[in-house]
Design a protein around this ligand. Structure first.
Ligand code: UDP
Length: 312
């Protein structure tokens, strides 16, 4: 039985990855320090014999007994309000945490996949963003702690590959949504669902003309699963290229939820908020034979059903 360590296991993406690797017959070791993760996301895995959980901060030395085949590093505060509240932890988990896990990968001969991000492209001057675009990041702006930690993470991971021969995979994740997103993580999609269900104002930042491209979580997990098992060591964008404005997202969620009290209210645009974002997924199509399958209509409906059960 192949063994995989998944950090950030109790988070949104980490928990979906745990489910997928369990389903594929792996022994899954989940690790999380629960600063943004939630045990409820993985509770159902605890009775299984091929699942084990460690409550641990990967910014400190990581010890795993026995053999290890794969490491998926998904631990990090990942929403803008989270990394504004926890700037130092965000920098540490991307840098020290990645370093510790690369050391573990080297010691065990394990293949390491890191969760990078579209934020490495910053407020992009090339649109849509291909992997060979180097980005437009403000290192000392509010998003700098996340963006630069992730850029450092890519750099040190590549260095361990070239210098120590560690097998690496780098996924650049674009906006993803689905069940288990935290209601209060401050991101547009959960915020709009919670506000619409409660009949509150839908807080569109700026004039709502900024764009994002939203990928349903099952599609993302499929892309990551394929990347891990591919032989591609360079970064690969995984995301849905269908781009919409934030105003359009707000309208779609208002319509879906159908609460007549939910109306758009405008708030200030946060500093350094990217104006556009859309993945160029030509590479993923070519090397992974992957593209998203779930339409926004289907994905939003499943996500709405989830939020109905958790929004108070
Ligand atoms: N946004 C918004 N209202 C909110 C939260 C976010 O209009 O309540 C905007 C935000 O300014 C950004 C976009 O929605 O332009 C997506 O933000 P999110 O925090 O979801 O993720 P990002 O892609 O910026 O990391």
């Amino acid at each position: 039985m192949k063994k995989v360590l998944i950090t950030g296991a109790a988070g949104f993406l980490g928990s979906h990855l745990c489910d997928r690797f369990i389903k594929e017959g792996y022994f899954v070791i989940g690790m999380d320090n629960l600063i943004t993760g939630d045990m409820k996301n993985i509770e159902h895995l605890f009775p299984l014999e091929n699942f084990k959980f460690y409550n641990h901060d990967v910014s400190n030395y990581v010890h795993i007994p026995g053999e290890l085949d794969y490491i998926l590093h998904f631990a990090s505060p990942a929403s803008p309000i989270d990394y504004l509240k926890m700037p130092i932890q965000t920098m540490k988990v991307g840098s020290l945490g990645t370093h510790n896990l690369l050391g573990l990968a080297k010691a065990k001969g394990a293949r390491m996949l890191i969760a990078s991000t579209s934020e490495v492209y910053g407020d992009p001057l090339v649109h849509p963003q291909p992997e060979d675009y180097w980005g437009n990041v403000n290192p000392i702006g509010p998003r700098g702690v996340y963006d630069e930690a992730k850029r450092f993470q890519e750099a040190i991971t590549m260095a361990y590959h070239t210098f120590h021969g560690v097998e690496i995979r780098i996924v650049r994740i674009f906006n993803t949504y689905g069940p288990r997103m935290r209601v209060d993580d401050g991101r547009a999609l959960p915020a709009f669902f919670a506000q619409a269900i409660r009949g509150e104002g839908i807080t569109v930042f700026g004039d709502g003309s900024q764009t994002r491209s939203f990928c349903y979580v099952d599609d993302l997990v499929e892309g990551i699963y394929r990347l891990l098992h591919s032989d591609h060591t360079m970064p690969v964008n995984i995301g849905n290229p269908v781009e919409i404005t934030i105003s359009q997202l707000a309208e779609e969620i208002i319509e879906l939820v159908g609460n007549p009290k939910a109306k758009v209210i405008y708030k200030d645009l946060p500093k350094d908020d990217p104006k556009v974002r859309q993945p160029n997924i030509t590479l993923a199509k070519k090397v992974l034979d992957w593209e998203p399958k779930v339409t926004r209509e289907e994905g939003l409906k499943i996500t709405h059903d989830y939020f109905k059960t958790v929004v108070k």
